[in-house]
Ligand binder design. Structure first.
Ligand code: FEO
Length: 396
């Protein structure tokens, strides 16, 4: 598929994998995007997951190129680097292009043979002239690995951005944003960001500042559509998410063994609704895939977390979520917590302890109750939700 200038799409779709990185749900699959620039000098930009090597090589062959001069590696995570060694076998004269960290990782993952001595080490601002196209390299460390870089084609104003601006969701026929309904991909970009890049807001902001000087007509990331008409929206989405900007909504996350914590969670949601909050997302953490929960928490300002006490601690799915939030330095959220117990209360205390580490804006003392969700307990839950709703709406 020709994109612009001499750039062709040679990526593949993975509709088989259930969990990206073994963690994140893929209800609509994922694409591994790679690009071939069939210029005077022929360059591949990234490869694909090793499981799709054969299809990948077929796509390159279909373009009729009899040699590939360069393999530009923007990112070494194996969903993109997995086919490098075999690509080198197929094109023995290919020269690998990467920065110092890339080359070190290449050796570490795939051995000396994958690197050989035929490589070109590049750094910030270095240029590779292919003929019509001219690639300028910019290092964007921790987006989301230390070696990540982007390649910017000054001729056609194309940014090969690695994972940045990518999203979950396989590509269904078309690959350009102008040739498809992109609606399903936008929430998937936010879910991808929250899951994969969410910990790295500061490096994302640094990269956005660095790239802001580049005129960009097309973003070719390693996952999801190629952005042209909607490139600005993709950049704005990253700016908003990395800046921690939120919308006035409430996310209620809970785990429950026998329904008491769930009933309190419902009461909290009712209270928030009575306060005037119109967007309320409920997540039963026993059932929910974490990435969807994280995406909602990244989007909305209010967060309510509830759990029963379990083995003298937090109910495990809730502990897991708090760990994930702490890892991602989620800040600037209005928070309420509620925890039940049967004989020795710990859930509310543990939630409080998590909050102390995370530094969110705790709207009220954690609510604690013993045993069943009585009418009185539910009323307290409703009042807690009301307080949260008011706090969320007060900060417009
Ligand atoms: Fe798509 Fe970080 O690999």
């Amino acid at each position: 598929m020709k994109l612009k200038g001499y750039v062709h799409y040679v990526g593949v779709n993975d509709r088989n994998k259930h969990r990206f990185e073994g963690l994140w749900a893929l209800p609509s699959g994922v694409s591994y995007n790679a690009y071939l620039i069939a210029d005077e000098q022929v360059a591949l930009v990234d490869t694909v997951d090793a499981a799709f090597l054969s299809e990948f090589l077929d796509k390159i062959d279909a373009l009729g190129v009899d040699r590939v001069d360069y393999l530009v590696i923007n990112h070494m995570e194996p969903d993109h680097s997995g086919s490098i060694a075999q690509v080198r076998q197929r094109f023995p004269d290919i020269r690998v292009v990467g920065n110092a960290k890339t080359l070190e990782m290449l050796r570490g993952f795939y051995g000396e043979a994958a690197l050989s001595d035929n490589y070109l080490q590049v750094g910030e601002g270095d240029v590779l002239k292919l003929g019509h196209h001219e690639l300028h390299f910019h290092l964007v460390p921790m987006l989301h690995w230390p070696e990540t870089m982007v390649s910017y084609d000054t001729t056609e104003r194309i940014l090969f951005s690695g994972d940045a601006f990518g999203c979950f969701g396989a590509l269904n026929g078309a690959v350009l944003d102008t040739q498809m309904d992109t609606t399903p991909y936008w929430p998937e970009m936010e879910r991808y960001y929250a899951s994969i890049l969410g910990k790295y807001a500061a490096p994302v902001q640094t990269a956005l500042r660095k790239l802001s000087a580049l005129p960009i007509d097309m973003i070719c990331s390693t996952h999801g559509p190629m952005w042209t008409a909607e490139a600005g929206r993709a950049i704005e989405t990253y700016r908003r998410l990395s800046a921690g900007e939120t919308e006035p909504g409430v996310v209620v996350c809970y785990g429950s063994m026998y329904g008491n914590t769930q009933r309190v969670a419902e009461a909290v949601a009712e209270g928030a609704a009575e306060a005037g909050v119109r967007t309320i997302r409920m997540h039963n953490l026993v059932e929910a895939h974490t990435s969807f929960v994280l995406a909602d928490i990244f989007r909305y300002r209010g967060l309510a977390v509830g759990a029963p006490t379990y083995n003298g601690g937090l109910f495990p799915p809730v502990e897991h979520l708090m760990h994930d939030l702490g890892e991602r330095h989620v800040k600037g959220r209005k928070l309420v917590c509620f925890g039940g117990f049967t004989w020795a209360g710990q859930a509310a205390k543990k939630l409080q302890a998590h909050h102390a580490k995370m530094g969110l804006d705790l709207v009220a003392d954690p609510m604690e109750w013993k045993q069943g969700a009585s009418a009185d307990v539910l009323e307290r839950g409703r009042a807690l939700g009301h307080l949260l709703g008011k706090a969320v709406l007060a900060e417009q």
